[in-house]
Write a protein of this length. Structure first.
Lengths: 143, 143
């Protein structure tokens, strides 16, 4: 039985502000708290869930959903859950390569990997609930 | 205040079965109920939420998330809410073109449109809650 729930989708935007305003004005989402990340961006909330994450284009980024390319469009989706060690063991058993990092000022452990169609998946875990601190974390630390 | 919540992401798969098995075996999601649609596919559940919808490639479909293209990858994301008439008025006020249809054997009214980055958004509404029947619906009916 999965502990996961859908948390957000991440969109690479040609204009961060235009995209923020679209989700606010057209869908009534609220521009809210975003923990520290190196990139600028916005988290748009439906109730207490930050359902849309808006990120900037990055140099050399690849075409996303939009067939016109230019690196914009749906970048990844994210689910949150618990049981990091067990999940990593499952990924390793299935030969799925992953990248893990501590991000958001230490607020979240993120695990990134691809599905069979090249879709990027993010799994998020609460470091404290997983018994992990900045000192004991053995992956990338995003400052 | 938005009534929406994130409902699912839709993935175009090179192999429906390989993709189903990936989400079942690697993430522990469950292959569950899917209402009638013309295309084959799978809905993968986390608890009672069908968080991953798997659809086949379609002839002429466009590149999605995967930069290798071939029509596979993240196709759209979906939120569910209430207040169809009000939402359509907002879309029209902002000049956002949309397509609406009754789908899933009459179980859902779907409204599709693009964000400023070309990301396809689906909004889902319960026909009964919106006071709409098959006879009074004035959009496409997907049989």
């Amino acid at each position: 039985m999965s502990s996961y729930h859908l948390n957000h989708v991440n969109i690479r935007a040609t204009s961060l502000e235009e995209t923020r305003d679209f989700y606010a004005e057209v869908l009534g989402l609220e521009d809210g708290f975003r923990p520290p990340f190196p990139n600028p961006g916005y988290w748009m909330y439906a109730g207490d869930m930050p359902v849309i994450h808006i990120s900037p284009l990055e140099a050399g980024s690849l075409p996303r959903t939009n067939p016109d390319g230019m690196g914009k469009g749906l970048d990844h989706f994210a689910m949150w859950g618990s049981g990091l060690a067990e999940q990593l063991a499952v990924l390793e058993k299935h030969g799925v390569e992953y990248h893990k990092r501590l991000a958001g000022g230490g607020a979240v452990i993120q695990v990134f990997f691809l599905d069979p169609n090249g879709v990027q998946i993010e799994l998020g875990f609460n470091p404290e609930a997983e018994g992990i601190t900045r000192d004991t974390f053995d992956g990338e630390i995003l400052e």
